[in-house]
Design a protein around this ligand. Sequence first.
Ligand SMILES: O=C(O)CCC(=O)C(=O)O
Length: 268
Amino acid sequence: MFLISKVNDSVHSQNKSHNSLKQIFLLPLSDERDSNHFQVEGTTSFETDVIRMSAIEVHSVPGLVYISEYIDTQLEEYLLTQIYRQPVVKWKVLANRRLQNWGGTPHSKGMIATTLPTWLLCIATRLEKDGFFPETPNHVLINEYLPGQGIEPHEDGPIYYPCAAILSLENEIVLDFYSKGVNSVTAEEIQQYTGSLLLEPRSLLIIRDSAYQNYLHGIQESFYIKKSSWLLNYCCDGEGEQVARKKRVSLTVRLVPKTVHNVVRLGK
Ligand SMILES: O=C(O)CCC(=O)C(=O)O
């Protein structure tokens, strides 16, 4: 059960000229955790009026919203159990990671939709209720990354409603962002590194607006994570630390607005 609450967008905002998040609806009523509010330079942080959960908006990449502890450890364990009870054939093995695809295969003409299983539907409906999607997202990719694996910088593209929700499970990872541009002389497409976020287990990252349209995101094929203040959502004294990466699983939840329920119609 969730208490729906409106964000108090003036609280703790050091730079009030930046856009405010208008609605973050989050609070598990049973959760008595203290607020894990923190403020990092270049971000605006928000606390709900009951102060149980905080979200930050990253200014250098407009449209990124990072929410730590979006789910609790019980739900995380439940999701991991469901993911790893799937038959081996459900996994598609790629060179740099493996993945499960749920909801259908997105196609430029629409997706032949299959109903999400209830264990994924609970996350999809919560994301809709929390105001991130105008209807229940219908597509989920589950990625598993071993140390040294990653995903090339990419954009999610026009097949989806322009919002991606990334739920991180089991271990942390660093996600990098690159702005898209065009070289004015050669007219070549260029990508410029903009910054990185630490995605902690159980956190939710929302990529929408400009972050969705004008930036690429990717994960380097590294064996270590450098945790220091160069990360957009991490603060520490001194140089920080380098930690060995461990297996990390993520759910990328999206909405494919155009769906078809019939293979023949899709071909037309
Ligand atoms: O695993 C992640 O955090 C990123 C996944 C992603 O970018 C995707 O599924 O398109």
